[in-house]
Design a binder for this molecule. Structure first.
Ligand code: FAD
Length: 493
């Protein structure tokens, strides 16, 4: 077998039965589960970043909703917990899938029998390698952002997903121009009605202290963080990533957010380019800024820097060359219902993979924390089943999409086809909204509940989850379903 870059015996050859790549939630969950399932076998976790993510205080909120804390910890913690788990700090450079061997950046060859790729995803930037365009992914990039923000008077945030939503709400003391290509804010997560409910939160002072809310908490053990590391390959931050970082700009204002709807970035100009362009003569009243963004609606804004929060790209590249992985449109490694990629003995989980199985009518993949954990866990179970030649069924967690989070200081629960995804006109919506308090939306299809958005402390999640899972015919209840005077929990008990 000829492996490029292998220069004889000086390179260390390592052999493990199971190898997992990636120290994020999916990789750590998968490696821990494998180590637990096969106590007599050696499991290796290869990761580029010096710290690994571990899940603690896992709480099952309801049948499918789960909540946990995430801690960034030194990898020795994993090795202490599982004597048969070895963490190797090195990025994978290339995979030779036929030969079942990985080559690391520092020249090791790691042989495996079964491999699970959990390398996550990175932010999609509107413009690569522009010093004025920033993506937020890990602790390092969040700290870089914070540093830049502390001197900033105005920033532009592009994107309409979860990260953008959190950013525009959390940033204080700096004007935010929020550029979204949709008609309403947050449309990855909810509809225009919910957006309408949330918008006023951007216009008022933020409450002094966050209200307590059930959701995962992200903590960083700063003392344990080595100074140098593979900064480019850190794992994704998760919920509450901004909890410990003050997101304060240079000005003495609280919220100052202006939304530019239905437009995108047309061009980004450096100060020098802008001053020399014909645009400058037309728009010379814009003031002097480090960078200028020209929008597709014709407007131009100067700002200190631009945050690109327009989604992520799976980190699949190091695995592709010379292999024949089937990729999804989003460049994720396509996996079947047993988390297998198209290369024998190579599995994938978390942000790097794209679910290629026929999904349950109530589930969709979203690159989220909980799904990373569920997929990592399930991939380990599948590997075990295949090794032992046992049958395994798709895990119950893939029956119903469920997500619990917090936006604009409100608890947010999303269930099933919460945005009527894929339903076309074959659905109806029931909405109940109390300004400043709660927003409840139910998606019904042929009389059955298929999705829900719950904003605020509605306490409806368990009942609605049951109604969605059991697909009871609710046609006879009509709008009564959301009548606040009826205790719906008792009703369906
Ligand atoms: P990651 O956590 O990205 O881990 C990937 C790992 O692979 C890292 O350890 C990395 O070092 C390693 N790696 C990469 N390339 C290589 C290589 N070549 N060789 C070796 N190792 C490599 N989700 C939520 O559910 N709720 C939220 O509120 C939320 N907020 C977020 C906020 C931010 C700012 C970001 C960026 C993401 C957020 N997410 C949130 C998404 C969530 O963080 C991800 O879905 C989740 O972390 C994915 O986990 P993962 O294990 O698949 O990948």
């Amino acid at each position: 077998v000829e492996l490029s870059g292998m220069a004889g015996s000086s390179l260390a050859e390592k052999h493990f039965r199971f190898v997992v790549v990636g120290g994020g939630i999916s990789g750590v969950t998968c490696a821990e589960q494998l180590a637990f399932q096969f106590p007599k076998e050696e499991v290796a976790l290869l990761t580029a970043a010096p710290l690994v993510k571990t899940v603690t205080n896992l709480r099952q909120v309801s049948k499918t909703l789960e909540d946990f804390d995430v801690e960034e910890q030194p990898s020795s913690i994993l090795e202490e917990k599982h004597p048969n788990l070895k963490v190797i700090h090195s990025a994978v450079r290339v995979l030779h899938a036929k030969q079942h061997v990985l080559q690391t950046e520092d020249g090791h060859n790691v042989h495996y029998e079964k491999l699970c790729v959990c390398t996550g995803a990175r932010p999609k930037l509107v413009m690569e390698e522009n010093p004025h365009v920033l993506g937020i992914r890990d602790t390092d990039s969040a700290q870089d952002f914070q540093k830049k923000l502390s001197k900033a008077r105005r920033i532009i945030v592009i994107g309409n997903g979860g990260i953008a939503l959190e950013l525009v709400y959390e940033v204080e003391g700096c004007e935010v121009i929020w550029v979204i290509k949709d008609k309403a804010i947050g449309n990855t997560f909810f509809d225009a009605g919910a957006a309408q409910f949330l918008i006023p939160s951007l216009e008022v002072e933020k409450p002094e202290k966050s209200l307590p809310c059930k959701r995962a908490r992200y903590t960083t053990d700063r003392a344990a963080k080595p100074k140098a590391g593979s900064a480019d390959l850190g794992s994704a931050l998760g919920p509450d990533w901004h909890q410990d970082i003050s997101l304060r700009g240079a000005e003495a204002v609280s919220h100052n957010v202006h939304v530019e709807y239905e437009c995108e970035i047309e061009a980004i100009h450096s100060q020098q380019d802008f001053m020399q362009s014909p645009l400058y003569t037309q728009k010379s009243d814009l003031g002097v800024w480090p960078v200028y963004a020209q929008l597709t609606n014709g407007k131009v804004y100067g700002c200190d820097f631009i945050v690109s929060a327009t989604g992520v790209v799976p980190n699949s590249e190091p695995f592709l060359q010379g292999n024949s992985f089937e990729l999804a449109e989003d460049r994720g490694l396509r996996v079947d219902e047993h988390m297998r990629t198209s290369e024998p003995d190579v599995y994938a989980a978390g942000d790097v993979c794209s679910a290629g199985w026929e999904p349950s009518p109530l589930w969709q993949q979203m690159r989220l924390w909980t799904q990373a954990r569920q997929m990592g866990f399930y991939a380990a179970r599948c590997i075990e089943a295949h090794v032992l030649e046992e049958a395994i069924e798709l895990d119950f967690c893939f029956e119903l999409f469920s997500h619990i989070t917090k936006f604009f200081n409100y608890k947010v629960v999303l269930l099933g086809k919460f945005n009527a995804q894929g339903l076309g006109s074959d659905h109806e919506l029931l909405v109940r909204c109390t300004k400043g308090l709660e927003y409840v939306k139910v998606v019904l299809s042929r009389g059955r509940m298929v999705g829900a958005v719950l904003i605020g402390d509605t306490d409806l999640e368990e009942t609605f989850e049951n109604l969605i899972l059991n697909q009871m015919d609710l046609s006879s209840y009509g709008e009564e379903l959301l009548n606040p005077d009826i205790d719906i929990e008792d009703y369906f008990d």
